[in-house]
Write a protein of this length. Structure first.
Ligand code: GLU
Length: 469
């Protein structure tokens, strides 16, 4: 027996931009594929006749690539099981509809929406599950021919086997079991000829050789139906892992108000891909280590048994934590490109690396880098109120002594501050704070030992001298 290639997939419906919730599903699938030396497949589920599909498909592929979640098989990449856009797979679905119809495992249903809605309401009022009654199951071939001849529109329903239990072992939620008698015969092709979402979804997973489906638990109820379809069609079913949805701090599904943003918005704000990946890989999944990891390491250590059942709660503070970590870890080249044009204009090319190493720990978003570039390379620093007060209380003599120390020791902070400690009699905060305030206009910021060489002797002298008299 040949072993199947481990294959996960991300199967978005391109009806909007990727956001934190659905991109996490893409990330989990990507990391699992890496972990098992397998394949990540991308499939665009664009069968619904909605506008804007193409635009959203392009945007989501861009977002995935920006995050480093390149798929191995799918649109723009190719593979043996294409096409990978459901809108181009109509013939395949029709072939499977024919198989089911020929085997009498699906039948045309002529019930109108109106009839179905009344039946649903009546069932609910009587305390019964609102499943399809099976009215058109018993139509004879003549009845069917007659109705078709009259041009009555029909859906195609799958004939659910009676009195059976469908079971499967969900990789996150454990053993699952569904009684077929609770599931009414369901529509697999609408009356306009278009296939139902979960029909194409199942057929494609099997046709494309997917071995593990990781998706939101909102799809759990589709799974027994899809398993019945696999059985009826003689197709190999994948395994399933239904992950808990991402919720806001209030426990309700993540919304704009509770912090959900599109990946595009986050990129524009200045979030780094590594920040999103480190955060999302820990949202509903835990690692043994809590250290920052690149995507390869996140993949090597990703474990399906460490996915949580409880809803994953979005935490803005955690996201910021990983953003800080990402800024600390990415290469100087990446960080420089991430900083804006303003920084590129203010910071001389020869000082680029020193600037980056100086401000890395004090920068979370590109705007912070602009702030420090202005602060360190403009003639005048913008002085905060607190800094001004500190400067005033230190007094002119202190700054005269500082100018003197600078004259003797240049921009080497250690000897300069040692000398100033002696002449001023100050130490600790009382020494460093007024010095920092005068040199940078702030009471907090990057290490002085890195700030001073960037300012250079001339600018440092200028800034100290203005307070020395
Ligand atoms: N197109 C479906 C969605 O975006 C995919 C569901 C699945 O992963 O099976 O929700």
């Amino acid at each position: 027996m040949t072993t199947r290639v481990f294959k996960t997939r991300f199967a978005p419906s391109p009806t909007g931009l990727l956001h934190l919730g659905n991109v996490r599903t893409a990330l989990f699938n990507h990391l699992l594929a890496r972990r098992h030396n397998g394949v990540l497949l991308l499939r665009l589920e664009d069968t619904d006749a909605m506008r804007g599909h193409e635009k959203y498909a392009i945007a989501l592929m861009h977002d995935l690539r920006w995050l480093g979640l390149q798929w191995d098989e799918g649109p723009e990449v190719g593979g043996d099981a294409g096409p990978y856009e459901q809108s181009r797979r109509g013939e395949i679905y029709q072939r499977y509809f024919a198989v089911l119809s020929d085997k009498q495992l699906a039948y045309p249903c002529f019930c109108t929406e109106h009839e179905l809605s009344i039946a649903r309401k009546t069932a609910l009022a009587a305390g019964r599950p609102p499943r399809y009654s099976g009215k058109c199951r018993a139509l004879t071939p003549e009845d069917v021919r007659e109705r078709f001849a009259k041009g009555i529109p029909a859906t195609l329903r799958f004939r659910v086997p009676e009195s059976r239990t469908i079971t499967f072992d969900d990789k996150v939620r454990g053993p699952q079991s569904f009684a077929t008698d609770d599931i009414g015969d369901f529509v697999i092709r609408r009356s306009d000829g278009t296939p139902a979402f979960f029909f194409c979804n199942a057929v494609d997973d099997a046709e494309m050789g997917v071995t593990l489906v990781v998706r939101g638990e909102d799809h759990l109820a589709n799974t027994p139906r899809q398993l019945m379809l696999f059985e009826a069609l003689g197709l190999l079913a994948p395994e399933y892992a239904h992950i808990a949805l991402v919720v806001g701090a209030d426990g309700a599904p993540l919304s704009k108000r509770t912090g959900s943003q599109s990946v595009q918005e986050m990129r524009e704000t200045g979030y780094l891909p590594d920040a999103l990946n480190n955060y999302l890989a820990r949202l509903g999944h835990s690692y043994e280590e809590n250290a920052f990891m690149n995507t390869q390491m996140l993949g090597e250590r990703f474990d399906v048994t460490r996915l949580h059942r409880a809803p994953a709660r979005f935490d803005a503070a955690q996201l910021l934590h990983w953003q800080r970590e990402a800024v600390l870890h990415v290469s100087a080249d990446v960080l420089w490109n991430w900083m804006s044009e303003d920084v590129h204009r203010l910071v001389p090319a020869a000082r680029r690396d020193a600037f980056i190493e100086c401000v890395r720990g004090n920068v979370v978003f590109p705007a912070d880098a602009v702030h420090w570039a202005k602060n360190l390379f403009a003639d005048q620093a913008v002085v905060t109120r607190d800094a001004r007060e500190t400067i005033q209380s230190a007094g002119a003599t202190f700054f005269a002594q500082a100018v003197d120390a600078l004259g003797k020791h240049g921009v080497e902070f250690k000897p300069l501050s040692d000398a100033l400690k002696k002449t001023s009699g100050r130490s600790g905060k009382a020494l460093f704070q007024p010095l920092r305030a005068a040199l940078t206009g702030e009471l907090d910021g990057p290490e002085m030992a890195k700030v001073l060489p960037l300012l250079g002797v001339e600018r440092a002298r200028q800034r100290l001298e203005q307070y020395a008299s």
